[in-house]
Design a protein around this ligand. Structure first.
Ligand SMILES: [Zn+2]
Length: 959
């Protein structure tokens, strides 16, 4: 039969939410567990990849709920920033991809029209996320607590957060060169790409702009990252094909490329672009270098990119392979030289000048490396590698040589800073900022660097805050383990972070200056706190006007006098105290789970804001990072305009199959490909498990036998493992046990003839609840098929009762299982169709020797001592076997793990165990089975197999 997963899911979803088992209320005296996943940004539809971390979170929360915890698992959305604005803009402009996507998702035309308004976009996606994704997946979230970062009540909370940071001296103001969009103002550039759509790894480069005096009083400005190389200058490069403009900056006129002038406008107060000329007009003339005063010629180079730096380049052929090869090429290129009047003397006058002593190189590293590699042309692709190599070694390990005046003997790193400061002070240089690669705002505009004279920052570099945060992080459960280690470094290097912006943004106004809007990372740090309060704001118990600093101070920090706070906020004392005790019950947050992009952005500031504002008992306890579901080879369906529709996937594969895929396919800490057939495989497995449950239900009349004791022991063991795995939030191992190992145990039980009603009831009562956290819908359906009510989701997964006898039962059954495998193997190899199987278990003296050997507790066996004792004790006919057997035994024990040795030490009646399994083995192999001690004189053993019998490994003879 084929199950209708969709119908099953819809039925249970409704039943859970109707019964409100997802709603959370404090239960004083009961353990609690509070978990969130990092709320998503409202930037459009999500893909099936997003559901990985969310589904794992729900599985963890459900397990906690089923193991004695009151759980809180709230959700919300992060609408701060420009994601919704950018989306609305696309709709307004009728962007074809956006329109197609909305239509493919079944959004009616009149609704699409409304989405030209960003606020409607937020409302729309809030609804999609909650209903089409999270409820569709059956999450145990308390929907009454849903919140969104642009709601007025949430804003009150963020205002309070900022006031607390200010009071702690953690808000600071200073000039800032910020990445900015022309329309939206400053944007954050980081790997999470919250604000931007391209260039998350771009860096802001600080160039020194060196001014070269030209004969007519203008200044040619070259941008460099290495101002100390001015001592090795030989010439100037300009692109004859490019337009250069005159830019009036204060009283000076600078020459630079037009794109550079456009960038400069955002970084200086008065920038005026006047004349312009082709680069060719300056060719072959001279300019005067800053600092050294040396006159250098201007040479043509097509490599001068108007979009990089100022579009003019100073040439240092001693240490820059590109400059050296440029000169080599120019020398060869007579046509170009003639065109621009560049003489032999000029070229010869530009010979490289040694300036840096670089370890591993002679005086002219650039000349040396290009010669060694045989590079002779600017088009040689290896030039880039050569440049990086010389640059790296020279910069980090080089020392300025004797020709560098006051800077001689300084390291390059020291000289660089000192040189820049000196030239800036004397007006021979200026600063210029640019991005290392192209960055685009979410709206599609180019991002540039802009000077903000009075930018506000959160001071994450504050040494006391950093120290306390690092110390607290050591006490947290942070997974994976590598991140536990790495977060120390991340917290250490975290610097001041701009926290407000001007421009067109959604978000909370900065309470100290309403012109600013609080940016997206700053308002998403302390928010797990707000889920405790959001329920009361959502149902109208508290209203934004009363949500003052005093209010939050009282409920979250325990400050103030209740009647006074009540008078000033208008909220009854009873309400204030309920919220305050809710907070004390739920906080601290137990786990914050989020994608790996949060490791260097969100998680550290989440931690530091908690430490900065809340009391220590409320600092968070855990972080889990999840890696991604990726789509190689277009495996994630592109049918919805680039977006895999989550509801469609849910319909096709079933939610439980997807949930099992997310938890079981791989460790949470690696990226994994979405593969349709894998998800289908999980769905097939769930159908088989459903059938297994139904098969189990059909048996109940069997007698109790040894296999029942084994099955019970096995279940206790699996239960113990389930708790261990979930203690480490290892949902993969957990689901492997619940969906693969336990079913295998059950099949073995049935194969061994297990049919006992009591045992079967125990199996179902243990196993189905273990599946429920991962695949809750099918688990409910199984539970209901047993006539149980109301929900498996509210049942308790028991504590395991593992004892000595558990291991013994497992060891006994392992003997039978191995016998089955060994005999099957012998039949396969010898191709004998046995008429009878003779099984010979190890004689008593071998067991005694094993016990003696293990009694020392050491993996290394005292062979001669063991032989001596055994010789004195064993029957006469065994004596000639003892020396050889001792060596085998010693080898086996030396290879065994400590765990293995514990199992080997278990003593039980092998003859009895195998004898009881005779009927089973006889049935399996279709012949008679005889069981003897290996030294029983009545045994049938014409081939002398008996001597191979070892404890737990009987010898076998096939007749
Ligand atoms: Zn923009």
């Amino acid at each position: 039969m084929t199950l209708d997963f969709s119908a099953i899911e819809a039925k249970w979803r409704k039943a859970w939410y109707d019964a409100k088992i997802n709603e959370s209320e404090p239960r004083p005296g009961k353990k609690k567990f509070f978990m969130i996943f990092a709320y998503p940004g409202v930037t459009g539809y999500m893909t099936v990849g997003h559901m990985r971390g969310y589904s794992v979170s729900d599985a963890i929360v459900r397990f906690k709920k089923m193991t004695g915890h009151e759980v809180l698992f709230p959700v919300g959305t992060h609408a701060t920033g420009n994601g919704a604005i950018a989306f609305a803009r696309k709709v307004e402009r009728g962007n074809p991809a956006a329109m197609e996507m909305l239509r493919a998702n079944g959004v009616p035309e009149d609704k699409i029209k409304q989405l030209a308004d960003p606020m409607e976009v937020v409302k729309f996606f809030n609804h999609v996320f909650v209903n089409d994704y999270w409820k569709r997946f059956g999450f145990m979230s308390d929907w009454r607590r849903f919140t969104c970062t642009i709601w007025p009540d949430y804003s009150k909370f963020i205002e309070w957060q900022m006031r607390k940071l200010m009071a702690e001296g953690l808000l600071i103001q200073r000039p800032y060169y910020a990445a900015a969009c022309v329309e939206h103002g400053p944007v954050a550039i980081d790997a999470s790409e919250t604000d931007i759509s391209k260039g998350g790894n771009a860096e802001t480069l600080e160039y020194t702009l060196l001014k070269f005096d030209f004969e007519d009083g203008r200044k040619l400005v070259a941008a460099t990252l290495r101002p100390e190389t001015v001592f090795g200058l030989t010439n100037f490069w300009l692109n004859p094909e490019v337009e250069y403009v005159d830019v009036k900056v204060d009283s000076e006129t600078w020459v630079m490329s037009r794109p550079a002038a456009e960038k400069l406008k955002h970084q200086k107060d008065k920038v005026e672009v006047k004349g312009s000329a082709n680069g060719a007009t300056l060719m072959g003339r001279r300019c005067k270098a800053p600092y050294t005063g040396k006159m250098i010629p201007i040479f043509p180079s097509v490599l001068c990119d108007p979009n990089v730096g100022s579009g003019l380049v100073m040439s240092v052929p001693s240490d820059a392979p590109v400059d050296w090869i440029g000169l080599v090429e120019l020398k060869r290129d007579e046509a170009t030289r003639e065109k621009y009047g560049i003489t032999d003397e000029m070229i010869e006058g530009s010979a490289p000048i040694p300036i840096i002593n670089t370890p591993g190189y002679g005086p002219l590293p650039a000349v040396e490396v290009t010669k060694k590699m045989g590079i002779e042309s600017l088009s040689d692709p290896r030039l880039d590698g050569a440049t990086k190599e010389v640059y790296k070694t020279g910069f980090h390990r080089g020392v300025m040589n004797d020709s560098c005046g006051d800077f001689s003997g300084k390291t390059v790193e020291q000289a660089k800073d000192a040189m820049r400061e000196e030239m800036l002070a004397s007006g021979q240089a200026d600063l210029f900022y640019d991005l290392s690669e192209e960055v685009l705002c979410r709206c599609g505009n180019k991002v540039f660097i802009k000077k903000i004279p009075d930018q506000w920052f959160i001071d994450y570099a504050n040494p006391a805050l950093t120290a306390r945060s690092k110390e607290h992080a050591l006490t947290m459960k942070i997974l994976p383990r590598e991140y536990y280690d790495n977060i120390q470094g991340v917290l250490g290097w975290y610097r001041e972070r701009a926290c407000v912006r001007m421009g067109n943004w959604l978000g909370t106004r900065f309470p100290f200056d309403q012109r600013w809007t609080i940016e997206a990372i700053a308002d998403s740090t302390l928010y797990p706190v707000y889920y405790v309060l959001s329920k009361y704001a959502n149902d109208g118990t508290i209203k934004p006007p009363g949500m003052t600093e005093e209010f939050f101070d009282y409920v979250l920090l325990g400050k103030g006098e209740p009647q006074h706070v009540s008078n000033s906020t208008g909220f009854p004392v009873e309400v204030l105290d309920r919220i305050r005790s809710d907070f004390e019950y739920w906080y601290p947050l137990d786990i914050n789970l989020g994608g790996k992009e949060h490791m260097t952005v969100h998680f550290p500031v989440f931690l530091m804001n908690h430490v900065a504002i809340l009391r220590p008992q409320h600092w968070p306890r855990g972080i889990i990072v999840n890696w991604y579901i990726t789509a190689t080879g277009g495996k994630i369906s592109k049918s919805k305009g680039g977006v895999q529709s989550i509801p469609e996937a849910a319909e096709r594969f079933g939610v439980d199959a997807m949930r099992l895929f997310y938890t079981h396919i791989a460790s949470l800490y690696v990226d994994v490909d979405w593969e349709d057939d894998k998800v289908e495989g999980y769905r097939d497995r769930l159908e088989r498990l459903w059938n297994l449950v139904q098969e189990l239900r059909s048996h109940s009349q069997g007698e109790r036998t040894d296999i029942d004791a084994w099955m019970e022991a096995r279940l206790e063991n699996r239960l113990a493992r389930a708790h261990e795995h979930m203690n480490d939030f290892d949902t993969r191992s957990y689901s492997n046990d619940a969906f693969f190992e336990i079913p295998q145990d059950i099949r073995w039980y049935l194969r061994r003839g297990g049919r006992n009603g009591t045992t079967i009831a125990k199996i179902l009562d243990t196993w189905i609840p273990l599946m429920a956290p991962i695949t809750p819908h099918i688990a409910e359906e199984m539970w209901a098929s047993l006539g149980k009510k109301p929900f498996v989701s509210t049942e308790q997964i028991g504590e395991p009762r593992v004892s000595e006898s558990t291991a013994l039962e497992e060891a006994k059954e392992r003997l039978v299982e191995r016998l089955l495998q060994d005999i099957s193997e012998i039949i396969k190899v010898t191709e004998i169709k046995p008429k009878k199987i003779v099984i010979m278990v190890a004689p008593k003296w071998k067991h005694e020797m094993l016990a003696d050997a293990l009694a020392t507790g050491k993996p290394k066996v005292d062979i001669s001592g063991l032989i001596k004792t055994a010789m004195a004790r064993a029957p006469a006919e065994a004596k000639k076997e003892i020396p050889a057997y001792t060596k085998e035994l010693a080898l086996e024990i030396s290879k065994a793990s400590e765990e293995d040795r514990k199992v080997m030490a278990l003593v039980f009646d092998e003859l009895g165990t195998v004898s009881k399994a005779k009927a089973f083995l006889s049935r399996e192999f279709g012949c008679d089975v005889d069981v003897y001690y290996a030294d029983d004189p009545n045994r049938t053993d014409p081939k002398g197999k008996a001597r191979f019998a070892r404890p737990s490994r009987p010898a076998v003879y096939l007749e």
